[in-house]
Design a protein around this ligand. Structure first.
Ligand code: ZN
Length: 505
């Protein structure tokens, strides 16, 4: 029955998707207790009666986590609720010591926002955010034997270190009308969230460690003829692919699910509403549990905690700490700097954007700053096999170096030598120029003497120049540059040669 690809599925059907992104906050301690919030500790060493849910333990909300959640919500354009009760979401699973998860249900702290996502070709898409609520993470199950899955395992181990780590879950409204760009939009959305949480400093954003992970919902519905109202067609049954942990996997999971659902629908079979597991090796999904409805969780208000009630003053104070969205910042910088798309992309990929920005802030022209970081310094970094940011040179050094070039003290060649000195730890560019004696010779009497000497050595070239073949002056410029070990001001040398030959430049 197979046959549909992502391309044909999104041509013949109308895809609708939604994403739940879980962001692990980088607070020092867990959401409701004082246990360390650290990745990679020995199993079950970061636990206490509260996060293990022992009888009588009393949870207390982590103020720093609430602050991070509010800042994230504000970044997503959300409204901030004045009072949010926590709720108990009841279900049994071995990684959940309490048999319920403390979450926010009908009163999420952040609700109704909007996020602009920019695709690779510059197309901007607005994604509606339904809510961003605070909750705690569960522990981690490890299945031993039988290929790592729970099926066929000999036994399973549970590590509760992650149990109780603060999470913010961001839920989108259904996203419609993206057609064959659905997967690209989904990927760009998660990348944007990851960039924002990193820029806010509230999470390390490391998808490979699970700090940012996504559940991807997808459904297909019949496509209406052109000119008809697509949104009038009810949504199809959706699948929810859980814990997709890389940007590429998000795209691939949507590709796979679109093809799989189109095959079912075109064969007249139903799509089952269920959670599915993503398999990186086969680039496919397999069924998990059939999707519970909210009532299956028997949510009820958490009786052991007061509601979160951020004051308006505090929220406004936090609003002042919100950084510009990384994508928007990049757009603004590109416009300010007049970089071509390719120049901008290369700088981003080389992680050189901050360095260029700091160099510009220190007084260099943007293109000059870019050329240093993406040229000579990228070459040196590559040679040393280190990131360009870890080279022993600061943006202020580069701005100073470029200043010496702009002032005519250094030509390009001398500037590279000065940079070599800076990288060798000989001090600032000015100090290196002084200690290595690198400054361009622009003292006319010294240059005139060197020109006279070169002309005397090559009288045939002088004759040519006087004959009107001005380009022959290049040979004399070269001789003078050689004689001065590259330290002559080449433009000035040429002027003197033409003066001496008695011709106009
Ligand atoms: Zn604890």
């Amino acid at each position: 029955m197979s046959g549909y690809t992502y391309e044909t599925a999104t041509r013949d059907f109308d895809p609708v998707f939604g994403i739940e992104v879980h962001v692990e906050l980088n607070t020092n301690t867990k959401m409701f207790c004082g246990c360390a919030n650290e990745f990679g500790g020995e199993p079950n060493t970061q636990v206490c009666p509260v996060c293990l849910g022992l009888p009588g333990a009393m949870p207390v909300p982590n103020q720093k986590a609430v602050e991070s959640a509010i800042r994230l919500g504000l970044s997503l354009g959300c409204s901030i609720r004045e009072s949010s009760r926590f709720a108990r979401k009841n279900y049994f699973y071995p990684d959940l010591a309490k048999d319920y998860q403390i979450s926010q249900y009908d009163e999420p702290t952040c609700y109704e926002g909007e996020l602009e996502v920019v695709l690779d070709d510059g197309t901007a898409v607005m994604i509606g955010i339904e809510r961003a609520h605070i909750e705690e993470d569960a522990g981690k199950n490890t299945h031993k034997g039988g290929g790592g899955g729970i099926q066929g395992a000999d036994y399973s181990l549970v590590d509760y270190n992650r149990g109780g780590v603060p999470l913010v879950e961001i839920v989108t409204h259904p996203i419609e009308g993206m057609g064959d760009r659905t997967a690209e939009v989904a990927r760009a959305y998660v990348a944007t969230i990851r960039d924002i949480v990193k820029a806010l400093g509230i999470s390390d954003g490391r998808m490979e460690q699970g700090s940012v992970r996504a559940d991807v919902n997808l459904s297909l519905r019949a496509k209406v003829a052109d000119g008809q109202d697509q949104s009038a067609v009810p949504l199809g049954k959706r699948s929810e692919t859980k814990n997709v942990n890389s940007l590429r996997a998000i795209e691939n999971a949507i590709h796979h699910e679109a093809g799989r659902q189109a095959d079912l629908l075109s064969a007249g079979k139903p799509v089952v509403q269920e959670t599915r597991h993503w398999h990186e090796d086969t680039k496919s999904t397999t069924p998990g549990r059939s999707k519970e409805e909210a009532e299956d969780y028997r949510y009820f208000p958490e009786p052991d905690m007061l509601p979160v009630q951020p004051s308006r003053e505090w929220v406004e104070e936090l609003r002042g700490t919100i950084t510009e969205h990384p994508a928007k910042m990049r757009k603004r910088l590109q416009a300010d700097w007049g970089f071509a798309d390719m120049e901008m992309r290369d700088a981003i990929n080389a992680d050189a954007l901050d360095l260029i920005a700091a160099t510009v802030a220190a007084g260099a022209k943007p293109q000059a700053a870019r050329k240093w970081w993406m040229g000579e310094l990228a070459r040196v970094a590559n040679e040393r096999e280190v990131p360009v940011a870890s080279l022993p040179v600061t943006p202020a050094d580069i701005a100073e170096l470029q200043g010496l070039v702009d002032a005519g003290t250094l030509n390009d060649k001398l500037a590279r030598q000065a940079l070599e000195g800076v990288l060798a730890g000989e001090g600032s560019p000015t100090a290196v120029v002084a200690s290595r004696g690198l400054a361009v010779v622009s003292d006319d009497s010294a240059l005139e003497a060197a020109v006279d000497e070169a002309l005397a050595a090559q009288p045939e070239v002088l004759a040519k120049i006087q004959d009107g073949k001005i380009q022959a002056a290049g040979a004399i410029v070269g001789a003078v540059m050689k004689a001065t070990r590259g330290q002559a001001d080449a433009g000035r040398v040429r002027e003197i040669i033409l003066q001496r030959a008695g011709v106009e430049g």
